[in-house]
Ligand binder design. Structure first.
Ligand code: GLC
Length: 806
């Protein structure tokens, strides 16, 4: 095992610090929110948008380009020497000069790149002030050499057409419409940019707080494309001034020339650039003025830090596992906040194009990951999601956040395929009940929300209460069953890539339905609504019997029945014999009798577990089969086809804790923790500070290689598995339930959590070294009956001491 590292965690500053710019793939961080923001890569490139990366994208970022390529934004520094100019990028890309110091601080809502080259130290902090529609780059340059240095600073942005798909598909229309303008503003310059059709209502602007002497808006001229120059040696930077050309078409950029003059040894200068979007040039003035004042920049940065402090302080832990603490205290909640914002919309791997938008199932699960920290944001997203639920109870698969127009996901491209997914609508029940348990805000159930009509001009919108939406979701599944009485698969269930013939059935959908029913039973009990309690218990019982009657395969649960009754995920199959989800969810659904539950999870351990995580299924399908669909487009070991699809790992952890197996649950948690990969990145390749969606499985020659980092349901479920099931702090309607299920070797742990307007300082001790079981609980020195901490709602901190034991 190699020990190549590219950086380290700084838990004091809550950062990951990348110290080698030549990471195996680009590593990113997110700034701002979907309202305005995007990601910044570790070499300063940016993909920014406002409101929607598909329809209102600002910078041109092409993730498929090699890591050495310019993407979206950069910064050039130029020093004047006797021999002529020397040009550097303090971000490494695109000039690729070896840097004497390089640090990329991946912070909470900001990225800071620090570098030193040839006597110049540069620190650039990149962030979006909360609620604003501009990104700031706060640049500090210091002369660290022994002699004076003449320094020029040239920041550059490359724009995309706001319609990101058209940018890549129409190479005549796009350049014909792109236009720039330069506005002199005292000693400052403001460069405006817009597509012709939007110039009355949407302009991008780029400016700085330092005097600029010249500018460029046309990429051809900036680079000297007629000489086939590249971003690493732009022709125009060989001249004292830029060309001041105003692009009336073409590839629009914004570049500003700032002559800082001569910096004495040790002398520093600070300047701020702003890249923003406003409704008009006039409307941009406000923000431009505000962030030309460096105090305002400092205050905005402080507000950002304060908001993260508030967010994270609601849940802090101290366990014997430092890597777990690093994840739970900083990076996992940050990733949960990121998936809440961006769903699966825009990353290095999810390109934010076309009609992908916000996913119904994905976002419903994302909501589960931020409940402690940001329940109001969760509620807001639940509302939007319910708005794309159809009257029949099923849901549209995705929607565009700007237009609220929804679509049926991949199902819409396949003729004759069912136009729904069997799981989408069920996830929202989990999201709603999680919100209610966290907040006690039952009035939300009475809120009216319209159901989605594909063509709302033809049919008037029908509304229903949130509760009605939940009932319809359950009824849809109850009424949509196949030959074995199990839910029909639809186009797919959670596993997007198994697309069977119409009429196929999904064991997983049956199990998710079971979990949703358990939630409805608990909710109805809390509401003291006896009728529904009985009804849903009956539904649960019915489906439990069917699943156990038809889908037990002897040692584990089957995963699907195809339309002709063929079993998938059975020992009778040679490929795709066993699927993880059917096992983990047999426990989560409350369907599996004890003996089967144990056998099913044992089968996961012996047949699916690897040192890098649990595979989604095995063995992989080896060849394309149109009757199975997407899964067979991957080679064995990749993605859903026998890959380690990390999203599904926490479900096994949860199931193990439900059976009391704290050691195994923790072993699975530990093996998927990206922090623990920091020392063998050359195998893993992705950022060690976030969960990736997938890792190649052991059937693949590149076993251990991760991809699709950041935007994955792994974030939310790893958070839930660790906090609610391993550490065992679970919100319920009655109060905060404690039921830790930890590795037996732990002596205990400490945890501080916010719950319903009060703070709980919890100390758990494990003197007998058990995995699970509570001997005593004291709350503010008083013994507690049972394991549910009372709801205090008093703004105070309450001390809780828990002793585990058999
Ligand atoms: C991707 C999709 C998610 C799906 C999963 C498994 O992560 O975003 O919706 O459940 O793949 O196919």
């Amino acid at each position: 095992m190699d020990t190549m590292t590219y950086g380290h965690f700084d838990n004091q500053l809550r950062e990951y610090v990348i110290t080698n710019p030549m990471t195996p793939v680009r590593w990113i961080n997110y700034i701002g929110t979907l309202n305005f923001g995007g990601f910044i890569d570790h070499v300063g490139g940016s993909l920014l948008c406002r409101g929607d990366p598909a329809l209102n994208r600002i910078t041109k970022y092409i993730p498929q380009l090699p890591a050495s390529s310019f993407n979206g934004e950069t910064l050039y520094l130029r020093t004047k020497k006797k021999s002529g100019y020397r040009l550097y990028s303090p971000y490494f890309v695109p000039t690729l000069d070896p840097l004497e110091v390089y640090e990329c601080h991946v912070g909470l809502g900001y990225t800071q790149i620090v570098s030193e080259v040839d006597g110049l130290r540069t620190e650039v902090t990149i962030f979006v002030p909360i609620g604003e529609t501009c990104a700031l780059r706060d640049i500090r340059i210091t002369n660290t050499s022994n002699s004076p240095l003449e320094v020029d600073v040239i920041p550059v942005v490359e724009y995309t057409h706001p319609d990101a798909l058209k940018q890549f598909t129409n190479a005549d229309w796009v350049p014909q419409t792109m236009q720039s303008e330069a506005v002199e503003d005292g000693t400052h310059l403001i460069l405006m940019q817009y597509p012709f059709m939007f110039r009355e209502n949407k302009v991008n602007y780029f400016t700085s707080d330092a005097p600029a002497s010249s500018f460029e808006t046309d990429r051809r001229i900036f680079l000297g494309e007629h000489e086939y120059r590249t971003w690493s040696n732009p022709l125009s930077l060989e001249n004292p001034e830029l060309n001041n050309s105003v692009a009336l078409r073409g590839d629009n950029i914004a570049a500003l020339m700032h002559h800082l003059g001569s910096l004495k040894p040790g002398e520093s200068r600070r300047m701020i650039t702003q890249l923003g979007q406003a409704e008009s040039m006039a409307a941009s003035r406000h923000s431009i003025e505000r962030y030309r004042n460096q105090d305002n920049v400092d205050n905005a940065f402080k507000s950002l830090a304060d908001s993260w402090e508030t967010y994270l302080s609601r849940f802090q832990v101290e366990t014997p596992d430092d890597d777990m603490d690093t994840m739970l205290n900083v990076h996992n909640p940050r990733q949960c906040f990121t998936t809440l914002n961006w769903s699966r919309y825009v990353s290095l791997y999810q390109l934010g194009l076309g009609a992908r938008g916000i996913g119904f199932r994905d976002s419903s699960q994302d909501v589960l990951g931020i409940m402690v920290l940001a329940p109001d944001e969760g509620k807001q997203l639940i509302r939007q999601l319910l708005h794309v639920q159809k009257r029949d109870g099923s849901a549209m698969h995705q929607y565009n956040p700007l237009t609220m127009v929804a679509n049926e996901g991949d199902a819409r491209h396949v003729e004759d395929a069912p136009k729904y997914y069997s799981d989408d609508h069920l996830w929202i029940i989990l999201a709603i009940t999680a919100y209610l348990k966290e907040t006690g805000d039952f009035s939300f159930l009475d809120e009216q929300i319209a159901f989605y009509e594909k063509d709302s001009a033809l049919a008037p919108l029908e509304s229903g209460t949130v509760f009605e939406h939940m009932i319809r979701a359950l009824e849809f599944t109850r009424n949509d069953t196949g030959a074995h009485g199990l839910p029909r698969l639809g186009f797919a269930d959670w596993n997007d890539t198994v697309n069977l013939r119409t009429g196929a059935e999904s064991v997983f959908a049956a199990q998710l339905y079971g979990k949703a029913l358990l939630e409805m039973i608990e909710l109805s009990q809390a509401l003291q609504d006896v009728g529904p309690v009985e009804t849903y218990a009956l539904y649960h019982n019915e489906m439990r019997q069917k699943v156990n009657e038809h889908s037990w395969d002897g040692e584990w649960y089957l995963r699907y029945f195809d339309a002709d009754g063929t079993r998938l995920g059975s020992k009778s199959n040679t490929q795709g014999q066993i699927y993880t989800n059917a096992q983990s969810w047999s426990v989560i659904s409350g369907y599996a009798p004890q003996e089967r539950a144990c056998a099913a999870l044992e089968a996961v351990f012996t047949r699916l577990n690897t040192r890098c995580g649990i595979k989604l299924s095995a063995p992989g399908y080896d060849g394309y089969d149109p009757n199975k669909g997407g899964i067979t487009t991957y080679p064995p070991g990749a993605k859903e086809n026998g890959g380690i699809f990390l999203h599904a790992n926490p479900w096994v952890i949860i199931a193990e804790t439900m059976l009391g197996n704290g050691d195994r649950a923790y072993e699975y948690y530990r093996q998927m923790n990206p922090v623990a990969k920091n020392n063998h990145i050359d195998e893993f390749e992705c950022e060690p500070y976030v969960y990736p969606q997938n890792i190649l499985g052991d059937e693949h020659p590149q076993f251990g290689l991760a991809r699709n980092s950041w935007l994955t349901g792994t974030a939310s479920w790893a958070w839930q598995a660790a906090t609610m099931y391993i550490l065992g702090i679970m919100p319920t309607y009655q109060g905060l339930k404690l039921d830790p299920c930890i590795p037996h070797h732990w002596d205990g742990f400490n945890l501080r959590r916010y719950f319903r307007q009060a703070w709980y300082d919890i100390e758990v001790r494990n003197p007998e070294h058990v995995c699970r079981g509570i001997k005593s609980i004291f709350v503010d020195d008083e013994p507690l009956e049972g394991n549910i901490l009372p709801i205090f709602r008093d703004g105070q901190t309450h001390r809780v001491s828990v002793t585990l034991g058999s």
